[in-house]
Design a protein around this ligand. Sequence first.
Ligand code: GLV
Length: 328
Amino acid sequence: MSIWPKVFVTRMIPEKGQSMVTDFCDAEVWPDELPPSRAILLERVRGIEGLLCLLTDRIDGEVMDAAGPGLKVISNHAVGVDNIDLPAATRRGIPVGNTPGILTNATADFAFALILAAARRVVEGERFVRDGRWKTWGPSLLLGTDVFGATLGIIGYGRIGQALAKRASGFEMRILYYDPSLESPNPYLPGKPVGFETLLGEADFVSLHTPLTEETHHLIDDYALALMKPSAVLINTSRGPVVDPQALYRALKQRRIFAAALDVTDPEPISVDSPLLDLDNLTVVPHIASASRTTREKMATMAAENLIAGLKGERLPNCANPEVYASA
Ligand code: GLV
């Protein structure tokens, strides 16, 4: 029997983080490109002390119980923790780690890239060229919408939303934000706090930066989309289910909004048969907003640090359920 703590890592992660885990633990690392199936996950966690998981793994009470009473820590290789049943972890006294802060800039950069891409029809233009449809310079070819000086509505004004606002200020955008979790909005934050409906009615670009919770599930539905301007663009780099995909399909198809750009979909991956993929005014990419080399390396390192701290019985440097320590 190994003297090192037994852990399961549900996918290979960038090297530095992975070697921190394998140096300190008796680690089994799931080697495939696809996540372990539910049955395999339930089997591999048996008897572990630590679990390092990804946002593609659903970690609920059943997984925690399958691991058994020795499970000391769950470390998510993501800032969002909607894949983990936090109350179930807290009830069992298990701290859950996540990776806030380090992916803020990469994600805000990417949200801005999607704003520009959707507004100026970059992906559509690229497809147009590759399809052999480019015959000449056209005065009305692929006309888009201006970003410079436009109004940006940010839903969820935490770290990433605020970092997006910084980028937008370079484009002299007017910034509105909606975030009911900010109890007393900091007067030094750029932009103007407004109600949900006002933001949707006034923004030329609506960018989503909320966590996925019961309250934000399908926050952008038929009603919300109907409030948006016909010239408006929707950007989602948060979590897919914040947008109702059927409502989005209707709004894009009927040109009730100009365009949408999604880094995240519901479900993930989006089915290649999804009617959304037939629409030219939708840009979609495979959940890569934080996917810069350095950011992913830092995420892996932070996930490893959280895991190792939990195994040592230390407080996690980044804990998503700090209330777990209140009862300790
Ligand atoms: C990515 O989506 C994350 O939550 O880190």
